[in-house]
Each structure stands twice: as structure tokens, then as C-alpha cells.
Design a protein. Structure first.
Length: 225
């Protein structure tokens, strides 16, 4: 008994149609995109990014972050080091994970439920856009570090290479939708596209969004316009 082959992924069909249209018009595709890479969606729990100066203030002169777990994006890692975040109501979150390597700015990324518990009024921002955001106090084993700004809820976003961007027909700074299936199926709008040759295809949503959709490793997901 023969078994029917599974239907191709919708994105593959869209790419083949786009390829046929460009061929009919006698135009090349913007870049060669032979197929869609696996779409990975990860929940980004609360964490912080720190400068070398902040790390030294918190952990001591000359301290270097050490790898606890490598992340999906090349060269990125969850550090063994954690800090305590002190909110405006003197409530704290302990064991706030630092992500490495060090950056040129200090940034704390929280979900809205975290910010409410701590007493923060945080804006929704793309990573790195911290102007006018609230600050916070961090505590480590060697001392304190006061952030004048940098506490945000990170805008949901996708990392993708130029080849992936061509496949989906988007460019850096565009927005797409993330359709999450399963029993708690939802569609998340305003998903920011971040395009760079070093990126692997990966979507980041926060814990509030992950919990709302009951996202699991087997949950079907799809990027749409």
C-alpha cells in the first residue's frame, strides 16, 4: 500500500510561486533561497545584558563572564553569573541571569508580570533602544551597580539571515506575524524582523507570551505577513 507524501510547507509553496513569478518576468530572485530553514521559537525568560564595567562592579576587578549554557545564536551564552534586581518598591528578583558576551550598554529585559510585581512601568522596546527607559539597581557578590536606564519589555522579534529574509520576502526592520497552533492557538502581531548574516532563524517571545500560547517543543508555528 502506497502512502501519500506529506504536503509541502506553506512557506515552501510561497517560495516556489515567487520563484515562478520572477522567472516569468525574466527577473532573478533578490538572493538565492533554495528552501526555508527550520523555524525555531524560543521563550526568552527575564535576563540582563551588561557592560564589562558593570560586571567588574558586581563581581570584582577583572572578572570575566563564564559560560553556563550556549544559546541558539552563534557566540551567545547564558552565563553562570547571576545578579539580584532591586525594583522601585524594594522588591527583588534574585538569580537574574546574565547573557554574554558583554555589550556596550546595560539592559534588563522583563515580562510585564515581572515589572508589575517589582513596581516598574516599563515600555515595549526593541533591544538596544533604551533612551528614556527606567533604571534599576543591581546587586552582585562584590557590590552594587546602578543603571540610569535600560529596563524594558523586549519587543517580540525574529533573528534571520539575508537568505531567510529573502525567502519570507522581508527586510531588516519589517514586521511579520507569528501563528502558534495547539490548544491555546494565538497569532502574535508586530513581530520585528532582525536581519544579519550571522543570525540563525529564531523567534524570541517572552514568558507572558509563551504561557498564553502554552508553547511546547512540538507546538506548530508559522511566520506569516
Amino acid at each position: 500500500m502506497s502512502v501519500a507524501a506529506p504536503a509541502p510547507h506553506r512557506n515552501v509553496v510561497e517560495h516556489l510561486v515567487r520563484q515562478a513569478v520572477y522567472a516569468k518576468l525574466g527577473k532573478p530572485l533578490p538572493r538565492a533561497a533554495s528552501g526555508v530553514n527550520p523555524l525555531v521559537v524560543n521563550i526568552s525568560a527575564r535576563h540582563c545584558h551588561l557592560t564589562p564595567e558593570a560586571v567588574e562592579a558586581l563581581f570584582g576587578k577583572g572578572h570575566q563572564l563564564t559560560v553556563h549554557k550556549w544559546l541558539y545564536q552563534e557566540g551567545q551564552f547564558a552565563a553562570k553569573e547571576t545578579v539580584t534586581l532591586i525594583g522601585p518598591r524594594s522588591r527583588v528578583i534574585s538569580n537574574l541571569r546574565i547573557l554574554g558576551p558583554c555589550r556596550n550598554l546595560n539592559q534588563v529585559e522583563l515580562a510585564y508580570t515581572d515589572s508589575i510585581a517589582l513596581g516598574f512601568d516599563i515600555p515595549l522596546r526593541a533591544s538596544g533602544n533604551i533612551r528614556g527607559t527606567p533604571g534599576a539597581m543591581l546587586m552582585g557578590p562584590a557590590g552594587f551597580f546602578e543603571m540610569s536606564d535600560g529596563v524594558i519589555r523586549a519587543l517580540r522579534h525574529a533573528h534571520m539571515s539575508p537568505t531567510d529574509a529573502d525567502f519570507y520576502g522581508v527586510k531588516h526592520g519589517d514586521f511579520m506575524k507569528l501563528k502558534i497552533g495547539g490548544d491555546c492557538a494565538i497569532t502574535l502581531d508586530q513581530l520585528l524582523m532582525r536581519v544579519d548574516p550571522s543570525f540563525k532563524l529564531e523567534v524570541h517571545i517572552d514568558t507572558d507570551e509563551g504561557n498564553a500560547s502554552n508553547l511546547k517543543p512540538h507546538t506548530p508555528v508559522e511566520l506569516t505577513k
